[in-house]
Design a protein around this ligand. Structure first.
Ligand code: BGC
Length: 895
């Protein structure tokens, strides 16, 4: 008896199937694959009732490895796949189909997942180098290999101690930069996998690479140190080739490779690169090159246990901006329009032997001179020496600069100049626009500060001799970064390093990767960087933010131990006392009223801040325990937190009330008791209004203030801060021409002068270190508030990853429209609202399939609210569909 075929619902299909890893990345680590899919359907009332997932060893799904069978669940995001033990080099295919009330869909297109080398024993190659000391010309390394046939499949596994560019037959195998990126090198060095099948052919093929000091051996940190990870740089490459007859061959870096130097005579991340084209060795990357006078290479020792497959996007070019060339007496100014991380691509017409020197800066001093003081010891200078007469395209190697403008000293003629922006290539997920130019530019500036500071590691700034993964800045900005880009894999990778760098007692370091630690894992004398409030709490704050914005449960499981260790360290430090001992804290860093040379001396007490972050970390750990850990542990952390909060408020509440930072922390971290919240919020709003919206907080509290206000009925005060254009505000910087977010509110003062950045003023009046950056993302954290409140779309813990979104636009006077799009795993959310002159609010809302919108519209008593023409109340729940919502006589916030 044959079954009647189940009809397929062709009006519904699984449209975008993805894993937690970037789509183009191959060579993944052995992590359980979680799938998310979007559904497109013409059926507006359809809902997913069940799904089925298959994993197969072939793309036709003839060798199915595992299948879920029918699972009755509406879940579409971060869905766990059947457990499979991955093996090195495995290629696996996944597909999904779903059932709605209308039947099953067809199978989705398949998603290919390729694993990397998963075991230290898979790494057959050795690291090779040329034994040259630090700051030497970049070694170039080569070897020819003979292939018996054109390969059917070829993979290159490559990494380096230092940075590398790898070429096959003259072609760059990756078109990525700063490879393999910066990680906690003492524990974890990333191996990149490239599909190089198309680059190889039968016969002789040339393998070549350039390597450079990079983070491994170059200058790093503001203490002018170098060679922090080792004295030698080296290349590791393993080329695995398969032929159609089933045979295979592996070609590895070994001492048969030979080395020399070419045009890169110097390269440093901070200082720039010097390229002397007279030393170029044309053809060295090609087969047939005569390398008979090259030297032998030698083995560079490295424990292969630190090798780990790359799990996040590499650094790529992400944008270009034309620079205006303005000839001046002794140089040419290259005037830029956007502060970026990257370099200048210069086209010159010149003569052999001429030198071209390019310097970089974020801002110009009077007289259009580059302001380079802010770079501290970073030279940020690229130098080229031409080999031949004629036209040349010049780009530096193995470096990047944080800059908007540049100048060039040369006798050659400048034909054109372009600023090339680089970043870890995370996909953009959100867009925002409103009727207010300043707000739009602020949003754009935050996008750029994120791009500029997500260069392999989340850095404080991209220009001076720092560019370090400060954990405090990272936690402050994490939610905004997760709003704007698909940063999940990026943060997951960095959090692994955070855990690896954690001290044995659980203390989290202030920068990740940690260069304030000796090779033996001890803190460098005199620097108490670990375990500082608001910095170390990145360990708890960022994983929970990833859960909220991406529905990533795996990160909670992966980081649970690290979170427990950090909270354990706090509990130990407190001992039997009520509070943490008073110690140095960064505190509400860079409070604008703190003494210029002591940015840690904020108005709000550091003890209050430290204990409040302690309570907050207890809460976050409890939430993680409830989701993926132990319920009893969750309960005990919750009760510890409750008691601590009561003690904090009892003893320190009075003083905390005196500052906006103190009130905001009390409201956002739930320190103040429930019955006092209303009065406290009113008091905070009064303070803000008295200050006419002027910002009075630093790195830790600024991201909290607007939320503390708007969640407690004072969106007007929040708007007063957001929309302020006078000094000490977000928009002040826009009027001063900012194209990125500044480290200090007064980086450019009202009279146009540039902040000296004074930190330690010596008795002779000379300041020996300055701290002034025009590209620090921390204060950009306000963008999270803008999406949630101005556009009116927020993720919800009821359905994390925008499975459920809270739709609550808050129109304010002066704004006539706002709109936002957010690409979630379920598909695109879109909201736009406009306000008619007669106060009628018109909202268009697109809810993706499978998602839920909890809508709250700004109605007044007599307003009429309609959804697609039908009169309704102002609170409603909407599912998949496109909606037109209107509110007559809408409540408009005046500030
Ligand atoms: C960095 C900050 C960082 C701070 C902590 C500064 O030098 O640029 O962003 O968080 O130090 O001390």
């Amino acid at each position: 008896m044959s079954h009647a075929p189940v009809p397929i619902d062709r009006q519904t299909r699984v449209a975008a199937l993805k894993s937690q890893f970037p789509k183009t990345l191959i060579g993944l680590p052995d992590v359980e694959i979680a799938l998310s899919w979007a559904i497109s359907s013409d059926r507006i009332d359809a809902a997913q009732l069940s799904y089925e997932i298959e994993a197969s060893a072939d793309s036709n799904f003839t060798s199915v490895l595992a299948a879920t069978g029918v699972v009755d669940s509406p879940k579409q995001v971060s869905v766990r796949t059947p457990k499979l033990v991955a093996y090195s080099r495995e290629i696996r295919y996944y597909r999904v189909k779903i059932q709605t009330e209308y039947g099953w869909t067809d199978w989705s297109e398949s998603l290919t997942v390729e694993f990397g080398l998963l075991d230290a024993s898979d790494y057959l190659a050795v690291f090779i180098g040329d034994s040259s000391p630090k700051f030497s010309p970049s070694p170039i390394l080569r070897k020819e290999v003979i292939l018996s046939n054109a390969p059917t499949k070829a993979r290159l596994y490559v990494t380096s101690l230092g940075l590398n560019h790898f070429y096959i037959n003259g072609i760059d195998t990756s078109n990525t930069f700063l490879n393999p990126g910066w990680t906690a090198y003492r524990h974890r060095l990333l191996v990149e996998t490239h599909d190089v099948t198309h680059l190889l052919h039968e016969g002789v093929n040339a393998l070549g690479a350039e390597i450079s000091d990079g983070w491994w051996r170059g200058k790093l940190g503001f203490m002018n140190e170098s060679a922090l990870y080792g004295n030698e740089i080296g290349l590791f490459a393993q080329l695995e080739v398969a032929y159609s007859d089933g045979s295979s061959e592996t070609f590895s870096t070994d001492t048969d490779w030979v080395s020399s130097n070419a045009e890169i005579v110097f390269s440093s991340i901070y200082d720039g690169s010097t390229i002397d084209f007279r030393n170029a060795k044309p053809g060295w990357k090609q087969p047939g090159f005569d390398a008979s006078d090259w030297q032998n290479t030698s083995i560079v020792a490295c424990n292969k246990h630190i090798l780990a497959p790359r799990s996040t996007n590499p650094v790529r070019k992400v944008g270009e901006f034309a620079l205006k060339v303005e000839p001046q007496a002794d140089r040419s100014l290259l005037r830029g329009t956007q502060n970026i991380s990257g370099w200048v691509r210069l086209v010159v017409d010149g003569k052999a032997g001429q030198t071209v020197v390019v310097r970089h800066a974020e801002v110009l001093e009077p007289g259009d001179k580059l302001h380079t003081k802010a770079l501290r010891s970073a030279k940020a200078t690229d130098t080229y020496i031409l080999q031949t007469d004629g036209r040349h395209v010049l780009e530096p190697r193995f470096t990047f600069h944080g800059f908007q403008h540049a100048d060039v000293v040369t006798e050659a003629e400048i034909v054109s100049a372009v600023a090339v922006a680089i970043s870890s290539d995370n996909d953009r997920r959100s867009w925002f626009e409103s009727s207010d130019y300043h707000l739009n530019r602020l949003h754009e500036n935050v996008v750029w500060s994120q791009l500029d500071n997500f260069v392999s590691v989340p850095t404080d700034c991209p220009q001076r001799d720092e560019r370090l993964g400060w954990t405090g800045d990272a936690q402050a900005f994490a939610s905004t970064s997760n709003t704007l880009f698909n940063t999940n894999a990026f943060w997951n990778s960095w959090l692994q390093d955070l855990a690896l760098e954690q001290f044995e007692n659980g203390d989290v370091t202030a920068i990740v990767p940690d260069i304030f630690k000796t090779g033996e894992g001890q803190a460098i004398d005199g620097w108490i960087m670990e375990g500082r409030a608001g910095w170390a709490d990145a360990a708890t704050i960022i994983p929970l933010s990833l859960y909220e914005y991406f529905a990533d449960e795996q990160v909670l499981s992966a980081q649970l131990e690290s979170m427990r260790k950090w909270v354990g360290a706090l509990l130990t430090r407190r001992g039997n006392e009520k509070f943490l001992p008073t110690q140095f804290q960064f505190g509400d860093w860079c409070d604008p009223d703190a003494p210029g040379d002591r940015p840690w001396e904020a108005k709000v007490s550091a003890d209050y801040v430290a204990n409040s972050f302690f309570a907050h970390s207890l809460d976050l750990l409890a939430r993680a325990e409830r989701l993926v850990g132990e319920k009893t542990a969750a309960e005990s952390f919750e009760s510890l937190s409750r008691a601590l909060k009561a003690d904090i408020w009892h003893q320190m509440g009075e003083a905390a009330r005196l500052t906006t930072a103190g009130c905001s922390i009390a409201l956002e971290f739930d320190i103040a008791p429930a019955e006092q919240r209303t009065a406290l919020a009113q008091h905070l709003a009064d303070m803000v209004k008295n200050d006419e919206g002027m910002i009075t907080t630093g790195f830790l509290a600024t991201p909290l203030v607007l939320h503390a206000l708007s969640k407690n009925g004072h969106a007007d005060a929040a708007y007063a801060m957001l929309m302020r254009r006078d000094f000490r505000s977000w928009l002040y910087a826009i009027d001063k021409g900012a194209t990125s977010i500044w480290e200090r509110w007064d980086a450019i003062r009202e009279d146009g002068s540039i902040h000296t950045g004074a930190m330690d003023t010596e008795p002779d009046g000379q300041d020996d270190s300055s701290m002034i950056s025009f590209n620090h993302y921390a204060y950009g954290a306000v963008v999270d508030w803008i999406y949630r409140n101005v556009a009116g779309i927020a993720p919800s813990l009821d359905g994390p990853g925008y499975q459920t979104a809270v739709i609550e636009p808050k129109p304010a006077n002066g704004l006539t429209f706002a709109k936002a799009e957010i690409k979630s795993a379920l598909g695109k959310w879109a909201i736009d609202w406009k306000l008619d002159p007669d106060q009628k609010l018109i909202v268009n809302l697109d809810v993706p399939f499978g998602a839920k919108a909890e809508v709250q519209l700004p109605a007044q008593g007599h307003s009429v609210v309609r959804c697609n023409g039908v009169e309704i109340g102002s609170s409603l729940t909407l599912t998949y569909g496109k909606y037109l919502l209107t509110v007559t006589d809408a409540a408009v916030i005046t500030y």
